[in-house]
Design a protein around this ligand. Sequence first.
Ligand code: ADP
Ligand code: MG
Length: 693
Amino acid sequence: MAGHEDLLDMEVRYLKGVGPRRAQLLSRLGVKKVRDLLYLAPRRYLDRRFITPIKDLRPGTEATVSGEIVTKGVKVLRDGRKAFVLILRDGTDWLELIWLNLPQLDKFFKVGDYLVASGKVRFYRGTFQIFHPEYEILDGSGELETAGGIIPLYPSTEGLKPRFIRRLVSNVLAQVGERIPESLPGYLREKRKLMKRGEAIYSLHFPGTFDEAELARKTLAYEELFYFFLHLGLRQVERSGQGIPLVKKDTIVDRFVAGLGFEFTQAQKRVIGEILEDIKGSKPMHRLLQGDVGSGKTVVALYAMLVAVENGHQAAMMAPTEILAEQHFIVLSYYLLPLGVRVALLTGGMRKKEREKTLEAIRRGDVDIVVGTHALIQEDVEFKSLALAVVDEQHRFGVLQRADLLRKGVGEKTPHFLVMTATPIPRTLALTLYGDLDLSVLDEKPPGRGEIVTRWVRENKRESVYQWLFEKVKKGQQAYVVAPLVEKSEKLEVEAAVELHKKLLAVKPEGIEIGLIHGRMKKEERQSVMELFRKGEYHILVATTVIEVGIDVKRATIMVIEHAERFGLAQLHQLRGRIGRGSQKSYCVLITPYRVSEEGRARLSVLVRTTDGFEIAEEDLKIRGPGELAGTKQHGLPNFRIADIIRDHEIIRIAREDSRILLEEDPYLVKPENRVIREFLQEKRKKEAFYVG
Ligand code: ADP
Ligand code: MG
């Protein structure tokens, strides 16, 4: 018989009743192995105590009822609409659950299914009714009798019933029981009043009380965060190499500055000073440069990279998308080729031969500065002498990827390190999570930037928006039109952009050229589209979110965002950062349907009100409120399974503190009481990605 350790590492596909199709669906919820299933946190719990007997219902109130489906069917209403109706009986009385215009629901329910449903109760012609209830199909009434009557409600995904997940989790738990190995030593559990791991996992899914559920969640969030900080801390210990001292000379850098055609802002000068101070020492620089969109981070990085080149070393700059890497490459080449500095581009989309040639040049030192995407951190990329690594738009990368770039140092040498981000992570959060970085801030925009006016309109105005847009374009302005975001499906997103492009082509006046750009285009095609837009041969560019970061075309002054309510606030801010780069007044138009959720409305009004990235970031966290994880990815924050970086700041604090103390007292984890930690960490490093970055 397989041991429970093997069971935890088994893919869920092989569990009884799962199979390839359901495994595929489960992987959408982040569940690949059995151990992932154990950490699949319920989104909330259903409490039997809140169930009202049907006979006691009162019209006009919100209530939760439970019972068995006795009949169901599709009805045609008097006005011709179709409704799906089912009748639920609980032994005290019966009621109707009604869904308008959703006849397809019929196939989801079976007579005899046991259901819990909630919603607003109505009383019509002697019958209780709930329209469009929230519901949950249970495994018979027995499920309500178990474990204090608290039922976990899992995130569901199309084709996968929560009931199925409950059954699966419960079966697995029955098999591994309380033999789940411990992850934290007793002294930490006692200090922080946490549960044992096995108990916590069990109680996360099937708690006896709500307090127990909360403590279970706290325990597992602590575990997750503690190991996250420990991992980062250990990386730092492992990384204690020597930096290469870089001192500014005046061979290349001054000629570069003279050729810029503008003066550095005070903020840029200050940050350059901070960087020069750091890199002249033999301790590697480790600095985060925050600057709102358009604050001029690229030239600052370029300045630092040139100092590395002046000293006879190499520098690398990593960007999150191919488009952005290509753009950096163009900008850098423009400034640097006249200075005799050799620049290369390295991306995933390169042909093999071309790539090998570039790799060889990097290895031999025939290239001074390399710009690239993730391709830069592949195994086979070797530098002759990398002295400075820059990561642009770091919020798009994980912490681990940035660490990988650092390992490109040669021998004992660790490159100096500069990460840049336009996403203003609220400072407190940044310091908690990235406390290992020093912080520089570009808090001033270069002069001569036009104002950006932002308007939010409903879709009934769409036509007039585009008429206005065409007028503006005829007068020589350029515009981006951003297609709706389709979360998690690049394919659908691309389709939406293609569709939008077609529609606009059909209605555009003579003489206006409209280009299209998206992530599924070939590199050459994309480059030529960008080039045509930059040259002004395309007046309008229809785009997906691929243009979200970094793109810099000064003449583009208008941005229309379709279905703006679907985007996160940070993302909208980034997108809007593509305009307002020249001296002309710019316009951002957000188009939404008539009905937008309350949260969506709050987001859009913030955007209309301010262009200050820091203010937007703070508002963003407020609006999302506690417990909501969506969108943290956009801050470049790790995507934890249990921990909620917004709600759990206290757990973050203690987990961080405990890991710091541990590393001070026992950096190599050799003390007997820390054996649990050493073993668990080893397992974790071996068996699973730490978190998706
Ligand atoms: P971001 O911080 O968003 O990455 P960029 O580095 O792309 O900003 O800079 C935006 C634009 O501003 C670029 O076209 C750049 O050449 C220009 N720029 C940068 N610094 C200055 C300055 N001090 N004065 C005028 N223009 C500047
Ligand atoms: Mg930039």
